[in-house]
Design a protein around this ligand. Sequence first.
Ligand code: CTP
Ligand code: CA
Length: 229
Amino acid sequence: RHKQQNEGALAFKRIVVTAGPTHEPLDPVRYLANRSSGRQGYAIAEALADLGASVTLVTGPTDLRSPAGVTIIRCETAREMQAAVSRLENLDAAICTAAVADWRPATEAGQKMKKKERNDAPAPLPLVANPDILAEISSSGSSRPTLVVGFAAETENVEDYARAKRLRKGCDWIVANDVSPAANVMGGHENQVILITSDSSEHWPRLTKEDVARRLAMTIADWFSSKTE
Ligand code: CTP
Ligand code: CA
């Protein structure tokens, strides 16, 4: 890999990246999940490590190889992801790209759930809310990372919804992306995002997920260096 121009710009920064979907079990053979590939989060973890950060990637199930130079913690469910994140200390930044399932089945059957009769009506599927990992990190008081970045996957009113989401979650920045079928980014190799801060919106061009990652990593490095100047 090429040596980066800003190599070392994030030296001594401890950063957690969450990525991938979560799998929420129904029974030993079934789960609720979503179409997140994890690609954007893995690319961000690698780009931050390339700038010298000490990166822990907490990831749900994906097909991706572990990024170079990153500590990886694999988990399945939202609650496992929350537990893994909460064990990390002295974080300078948290980048939450994971597509955490908002709800999980209220109970996990110990055995495979069976139909009773051939044409049985399906049983109702009670769900309960999962913890909101980004909101918890954002409100973690004295242990809050200096910079907390969320992602907002939206299929309509992308910028407005993402701005409202930034306030609701209490994070510093939101990277908003359009995941409508027309935009065709979910599971793909490209992304088109808006970087939303408390007082600005930056519309980035359509880029590969690696380029979005490098640009975000540079923006984060610039932000830390402007704070210490
Ligand atoms: N997130 C999280 N934990 C959750 C849900 C979301 O950490 N249980 C994080 C995601 O990683 C992302 C941000 O919150 O950084 C926004 O996720 P999103 O699903 O877009 O937001 P929600 O508040 O769940 O709203 P929606 O109703 O649009 O799903
Ligand atoms: Ca959600």
